[in-house]
Unconditional design. Structure first.
Length: 138
């Protein structure tokens, strides 16, 4: 969850300058400080994303509780948190339910705004777009 390249890209001029000073002047300390600042900043960002993911999964569970009683929908939420993109065959295997039950659970989650079908996918994929956006937001 630490995307150091994101930090380096955002601080590109300093990144290049620090690397140049390191290679031409042996400025280990300057490079180490810059690198540790990058690790710290990305760790704070990762922690924040993780906290938001935990809030989102709690929201997903609350929405599911309000909209369905099927345990397959709750199993689907767990699978979604692992994979973001899921299919009914994957849910069938994961939840040990039949295909129709798995597909129905995904359709129920779609009606609750938790997942959406991915157009032109075979087998039909469902994506938790909120989760995807949260994980990969810039």
């Amino acid at each position: 969850m630490l995307y150091l390249s994101e930090y380096f890209e955002a601080h590109r001029d300093e990144y290049v300058a620090r690397l140049k000073r390191f290679s031409t002047e042996g400025d280990w300390a300057g490079w180490a400080i810059f690198f540790l600042e990058a690790v710290f900043a990305q760790a704070v960002s990762a922690r924040s994303r993780a906290d938001h993911v935990l809030e989102l999964v709690a929201d997903y569970r609350d929405r599911a509780r309000a909209g369905t009683r099927t345990q397959t929908a709750f199993a689907a939420i767990e699978l979604i948190m692992e994979r973001v993109y899921v299919s009914a065959p994957e849910l069938t295997a994961y939840a040990q339910r039949d295909y129709r039950t798995a597909k129905g659970a995904l359709e129920t989650l779609a009606s609750l705004g938790i997942v959406a079908p991915v157009l032109s996918s075979y087998p039909q994929l469902w994506v938790a777009q909120e989760l995807l956006d949260l994980i990969y937001r810039s």
